[in-house]
Design a protein around this ligand. Structure first.
Ligand SMILES: Cc1cc2nc3c(=O)[nH]c(=O)nc-3n(C[C@H](O)[C@H](O)[C@H](O)COP(=O)(O)OP(=O)(O)OC[C@H]3O[C@@H](n4cnc5c(N)ncnc54)[C@H](O)[C@@H]3O)c2cc1C
Length: 498
């Protein structure tokens, strides 16, 4: 049995570097991203050393992702089997294509067929990737995660809002979620989260984004309503959404914007009261400048005294991501506030590319996945440096093992304590379980994003997950391999009852 387990772990060990290579190799990785930006040569040199060191030493000395037995020690065999089956289905392209077609088909217009489809989804992908239909169910899932040593981030899957009434309704839902964390075990919840598109009408976010873009292009354009903020656009940001000078905001729009500020402030204040930091999600480029504007303005109010409460999100798949990360971080430093950023790769690849191409412009997304990986790792490295100098906090939201290992190696090399709450990791529920448990075993702060809400409401979220998991080189490929190996090990050892 021991022999079998040693053989299998060696096999995984051997396979992992080659999988990383195809997933993530880039000659430029970690050293050159933005030529227009001045990340010091020494940093690049340090990063290169760290990368070489971690690659040579099977990528990291303390983050062990090869041993399924220790990674999944807290997971029952039944849970493992269910996860494996769901991930296997989600990675099979024909299943995903068929599921996507069904979700968008007329079957969803007929009450009977819709009920059947939603029932099937609920007992497969939904149970795997989501935490429950309501706050009560989601809280139970969170407690189970906490028992396994992982923290939780409750994410209510709200729709984009179209008017003030739906914004107020959504705000109450967010406040209720934050309030509920008081009933959960202390420290089991790491962050609250909010979608600005749910608390500010989407049409207004587009108008404000247009005006911010125009202001960036034409400094003579004055936005009287604008509050203190950090910079939201850079010269490499996409400007094709705004080809003509936008009309100024009407009085009513200005009032609505004021209400949106107030909603975010109310939520941030609630978070500050219970000392629970708040993550603001990033969406699509047509509205992101307004989202960042509102977020940074709240950050200036709440991220004082070395205690970041409001976190914005940077999507590293965007060509301007690194420039904006550095600009915002430097501006925050000048203002004496601690910037908080969640760093993700980005979830709207197809829609961004389609929009840009329909307007006849190049995509705002990096030309290749390798460029996205490099950008992510460089932004992560930059932020970890800022954590060390106590001027920033970062949550690395990724399922990518190489990014996890590089960040761990850098944190170790700089001597950042593992319990430091200014450097945290998070994965979505049901994704990259091996990485989550590996980071937990290595002593880092790790959370799972727990999306919850009625099945029908979270369908767009599930479709994005299906997109991410398809194909042999998907984020879940290594998880599936580790889970198969671990189940086999337990079967051979006669301890499937674990
Ligand atoms: C905690 C957490 C919070 C999140 N919050 C947000 C959020 O606020 N906003 C948001 O948009 N997403 C969010 N996401 C989703 C996230 O963007 C996706 O899960 C992420 O892109 C998957 O990438 P990965 O880092 O896991 O790496 P991988 O799985 O290794 O990389 C896949 C990603 O690479 C990028 N990519 C793929 N192909 C190409 C290509 N040809 N060219 C360029 N880039 C490419 C895409 O971004 C794709 O998703 C969040 C995820 C987590 C874990």
């Amino acid at each position: 049995m021991m022999m079998a387990s040693r053989v299998s772990s060696t096999k995984i060990h051997r396979n992992i570097p080659s999988l990383f290579k195809s997933l993530n190799s880039s000659p430029s990785s970690y050293t050159s991203v933005s030529t227009s930006l001045n990340l010091t040569e020494k940093l690049d040199h340090d990063d290169e050393l760290i990368k070489k060191k971690s690659t040579n030493e099977s990528l990291s000395s303390s983050l062990s992702l090869e041993d399924g037995e220790s990674l999944f020690s807290s997971v029952s065999s039944l849970q493992l089997l269910r996860s494996l089956v769901n991930l296997q289905m989600a990675s099979f392209t024909p299943t995903v294509d068929f599921g996507t077609w069904v979700m968008k088909s007329r079957l969803m217009e007929n009450m009977v067929s819709k009920k059947i489809v939603l029932g099937v989804v609920k007992h497969t992908f939904y149970e795997h990737f989501c935490a429950g239909e309501n706050l009560e169910e989601a809280s139970k899932t969170l407690q189970r995660m906490w028992d396994n040593g992982l923290k939780g981030i409750l994410d209510y899957g709200l729709e984009d809002a179209t008017d003030n009434m739906s914004c107020d309704r959504n705000l109450n839902e967010f406040l209720r979620t934050v309030e509920s964390t008081k009933l959960l075990p202390p420290s089991s919840v790491s962050f609250a989260c909010v979608k600005i598109t749910a608390i500010c009408p989407i049409s207004l976010l587009k108008r404000v984004s247009d005006l911010l873009r125009w202001e960036h292009k034409d400094p003579s354009c004055r936005l009287q309503w604008k509050r203190d903020t950090l910079s939201v656009l850079s010269n490499s940001s996409p400007f094709y959404h705004t080809l003509e000078r936008p009309e100024p905001l009407t009085e009513e729009e200005e009032q609505d914007l004021q209400k949106a500020h107030e909603r975010l402030i109310k939520l941030s204040q609630k978070c500050l009261d219970i000392n629970l930091p708040l993550l603001v999600d990033a969406e699509y480029t047509s509205v992101q400048p307004a989202i960042d504007y509102l977020t940074y303005s709240a950050m200036i109010k709440f991220n004082k005294d070395d205690n970041p409460i409001v976190y914005g999100t940077i999507q590293a798949y965007l060509k301007d991501a690194k420039e904006r990360t550095i600009q915002a971080t430097e501006a925050a430093k000048r203002m004496g506030i601690t910037i908080g950023l969640k760093l993700v790769r980005g979830a709207y690849l197809s829609s961004e590319t389609e929009l840009a191409s329909s307007l006849g412009y190049a995509s705002p997304i990096h030309k290749s996945i390798q460029d996205t990986h490099s950008c992510y790792n460089e932004c992560a490295s930059y932020m970890i440096d800022k954590v060390l100098s106590r001027s920033a906090a970062v949550l690395l939201g990724t399922h990518n093992l190489e990014s996890g290992k590089l960040a761990v190696a850098k944190a170790q090399a700089l001597g950042i304590r593992k319990g430091n709450t200014k450097l945290q990791f998070a994965q979505l529920k049901g994704m990259a379980e091996g990485l989550s448990f590996g980071l937990r075993n290595a002593g880092f702060q790790v959370s799972k994003y727990l999306a919850y809400g009625p099945v029908e409401m979270v369908i767009p979220f599930l479709l994005r997950r299906a997109e991410e998991n398809r194909g042999v080189l998907s984020a879940s490929a290594i998880d599936r391999q580790l889970m198969r190996e671990e189940l086999l090990r337990r079967l051979k050892g006669g301890n499937l009852g674990n």
